[in-house]
Design a protein around this ligand. Structure first.
Ligand SMILES: NC(=O)c1ccc[n+]([C@@H]2O[C@H](COP(=O)([O-])OP(=O)(O)OC[C@H]3O[C@@H](n4cnc5c(N)ncnc54)[C@H](O)[C@@H]3O)[C@@H](O)[C@H]2O)c1
Length: 266
């Protein structure tokens, strides 16, 4: 694979597994210095060590909470101290819960918005400080198909992912003069541990006396609605993120790009 990102520093949050780990692997394949963060220190350290060993790159792992300003400040400070630049920052950490309108605790609503939206903004804000000084940078934010269209039993998640697109557009306008692009991507159904939860809980709530969903059945049914007829893999998403971070995407900013096998066409 090409070494497009050799000498570049890429920060990724939510990088211990799933989509974030897939993105990290793609940048490792293309020679980047990695700064990988997650609230699971043990697992993100494992992921970083594995990628460093397999691809011969330098990978720093940090245990952080994306909603904590001190943690975010430390993430970019330590990444910059280790590698000397912050070239790409992927704000990917995210969570979901699923519940009826009258059962969802206020705390769940607040937490999902806090992690998915405030966390993205905090990461962009801190990364941009370094990028403005450098005179270049790429901010890439994880939204969702729910950033395009809300889905049942997840009003907080839909709001949080629509919020990510708003942040992306607003910052793209402000940071363009500094040669910083800001884009988002909107994954559809991507195989990850998040789907173990989604499949089980949505499956439970959507089950009726006539139709009960067993393990994997709901996801399988939804996948039938995807024109490309399969769930996505983290590597599918990672290819788009690498493109957004590359020189080929230099004239692309303020966009939210669907990566969902054709599920939502807008
Ligand atoms: N899997 C999908 O189908 C899908 C679809 C659309 C959007 N997304 C989004 O993609 C992103 C990654 O999801 P995934 O499917 O890989 O899920 P995942 O649950 O496998 O991974 C989530 C990652 O976020 C980290 N994280 C969670 N809360 C954190 C916090 N407060 N601070 C730091 N790290 C935290 C976890 O440690 C983990 O590394 C999320 O933003 C999610 O909303 C996923």
């Amino acid at each position: 694979m090409s070494q497009r990102f050799s000498g570049k520093t890429v920060v990724i949050t939510g990088a211990c597994r799933g989509i974030g780990a897939g993105i990290a692997e793609r940048f490792a394949q293309e020679g980047a210095n990695l700064v990988l963060a997650s609230n699971d220190l043990e697992r993100v350290t494992f992921t970083a060590d594995q990628l460093a060993q397999e691809y011969g790159v330098d990978a720093l792992a940090l245990g952080i909470d994306v909603t904590n300003e001190d943690d975010i400040e430390k993430l970019y400070r330590e990444g910059h101290a280790r590698f000397g630049s912050i070239d790409v920052s992927v704000q990917n950490a995210g969570i979901i819960t699923i519940d009826h309108y009258d059962k969802m605790p206020r705390a769940d609503f607040d937490k999902v918005l806090h992690v998915n939206t405030t966390g993205v903004w905090l990461g962009c804000r801190e990364a941009a400080k370094y990028m403005v000084k450098q005179g270049s940078g790429r901010l890439i934010n994880t939204s969702s198909g729910q950033g395009r269209q809300g889905f049942i039993y997840t009003p907080h998640y839909a709001a949080s992912k629509m919020g990510v697109i708003g942040i992306t557009q607003s910052l793209a306008l402000e940071l363009a003069r500094h040669n910083i692009t800001v884009n988002a991507f909107c994954p559809g159904i991507i195989e990850s541990e998040m789907w173990d939860y989604n499949d089980r809980v949505w499956g439970e709530i959507l089950s009726t006396d006539e139709k009960r969903y067993g393990k994997g059945e709901l996801m399988a049914e939804w996948v039938k609605n995807i024109p490309l007829r399969r769930a996505g893999k983290p590597s599918d998403v990672a290819g788009l993120v690498a493109f957004l971070a590359s020189d080929d995407a230099a004239y692309l900013t303020g966009q939210a790009i669907n990566i969902d096998g054709g599920l939502i066409m807008s």
